[in-house]
Design a protein around this ligand. Structure first.
Ligand SMILES: C[S@@+](CC[C@H](N)C(=O)[O-])C[C@H]1O[C@@H](n2cnc3c(N)ncnc32)[C@H](O)[C@@H]1O
Length: 258
């Protein structure tokens, strides 16, 4: 099943910018604590805008950035080797790697279990695997301009995650499975960090929700959303009086025994 969004499009470009603005700080924190050396060889899967690949390249050795859509990786930093490749056909590059990182990639790809096995195989002895994915935690509204906005928000989350997401092979349960799979695969020092924050209308988290809603419009309409609901939801995502929990991200890291 193909990826729902298009990172090469203008909306896809904004999508990745919003993601980076919200999630790059916690991602850098998770990666920094691994203490990677200047010669570490890194694999950045589903590299998107390249923000993390570029950051890694400034601190480590070679970084291979793999994505099915690479328009935004055209200006990648020196030290980043860009590879346009579909991960459903294997990793596209030989290991071993001292770090393999994927943020919000495996939840989108139904072949995630097969890819996970390939990632473990591609780790160098002592190498780190770091996977970050959203969970299915219900995203509670905290403040709404009008009482009916809560129901609208809940309906859009339901249609996006329970109808569109599930029919497109997106897994919001994968993130919680990762620690167990890492242990079962023989990795050690398994450690999970949970990250979540609130987001207000007009800020990156709500702009991301709005962006995803626009990109998925045909799928949402097919799932039963009306054009009026979509318009009201998108206006709500710009209204600073609205506040809700953003997605919950689980970051799990583990190491291959040396
Ligand atoms: C939600 S975005 C996350 C991007 C980036 N990791 C981040 O967190 O900002 C998912 C990324 O995975 C890429 N992707 C999706 N399916 C893919 C596949 N089968 N093979 C390679 N890349 C894929 C998309 O093009 C997109 O850049």
């Amino acid at each position: 099943m193909d990826y729902v969004f298009d990172s090469d499009s203008e909306l896809g470009h904004d999508h990745l910018d919003h993601l980076g603005n919200v999630l790059d700080p916690p991602t850098r924190w998770c990666l920094e604590r691994l203490g990677l050396g200047p010669n570490a060889r890194c694999l950045e899967l589903g590299a998107g805008s390249g923000s993390i690949a570029n950051w890694l390249a400034a601190r480590t050795g070679e970084v291979v950035a793999v994505d099915i859509a690479t328009t935004q990786l055209a200006d990648a930093a020196p030290g980043v080797k860009v590879l346009q490749h579909d991960l459903r056909d294997g990793l596209g590059v030989d290991g071993p790697f001292d770090l393999i990182h994927a943020r919000l990639v495996l939840l989108h790809i139904p072949e995630r279990e097969k890819i996970f096995t390939q990632l473990v195989d591609a780790l160098a002895p002592g190498g780190h695997l770091v996977l970050g994915d959203f969970t299915g935690r219900v995203l509670q509204p905290i403040a709404v301009p009008a009482p009916e906005d809560s129901a609208l928000w809940e309906r859009m989350q339901y249609l996006s995650h329970e109808i569109v997401g599930k029919t497109r092979g997106i897994s919001l349960s994968w993130a919680a499975e990762v620690p167990h799979r890492m242990t079962a695969a023989g990795l050690v020092d398994v450690h999970t960090t949970e990250y979540s924050e609130t987001t207000a209308g007009g800020s990156d988290g709500c702009l991301l929700h709005r962006n995803l809603n626009r990109q998925a419009e045909p799928l949402l309409l097919a799932a039963g959303a009306t054009t009026d609901e979509l318009a009201r939801y998108r206006a709500l995502m710009l209204d600073p009086r609205f506040r809700a929990w953003f997605y919950q991200l689980l970051y799990t890291s583990a190491r291959k025994p040396a």
